[in-house]
Design a protein around this ligand. Structure first.
Ligand SMILES: [Zn+2]
Length: 133
């Protein structure tokens, strides 16, 4: 799976975003070590704190299917479900990723002009919390 292919799946996933409150849609496509891809979108709620991020939706789908090995995630997002600008994950999602991914886990982003950006989880969440095992 190429970065372009993963971004394409993230852009498809954004169409399913449920975001009537913020109108900010996010799509994600998570590549597992065995090549399988799980997509996710954000799912808002009238009780705002119950909102699910696209990234954690994708991880929940993969983890509940038994996956534990992850290579990369593509993330796109913006107003009116347009992949506007680079949509970096929130702090909560970075911490969830750190539970299951190594520091070299790759994150891939694209803006509406087709420019791409990449980062590793280690760059986005250095010195993350763990139990030190
Ligand atoms: Zn998040």
């Amino acid at each position: 799976m190429t970065n372009e292919g993963l971004l394409s799946l993230a852009k498809e996933a954004i169409e399913n975003a449920y975001c009537p409150y913020s109108r900010f849609g996010v799509g994600a496509a998570l590549l597992c070590g065995d090549g399988e891809v799980f997509t996710g979108c954000n799912i808002e709620n009238a009780s705002f704190s119950l909102t699910l991020c696209a990234e954690r939706t994708a991880f929940a789908k993969a983890l509940s299917s038994g996956k534990r090995d992850f290579k990369a995630i593509a993330i796109v997002g913006g107003k009116d479900k347009r992949a506007e600008k680079f949509c970096y994950p929130c702090g909560a999602c970075r911490q969830v990723m750190s539970e299951f991914c190594s520091e070299d886990f790759e994150l891939i982003f694209e803006d509406e002009n087709g420019r791409t950006d990449t980062a590793t989880l280690g760059q986005l969440l250095p010195k993350s919390f763990d139990f030190g095992e």
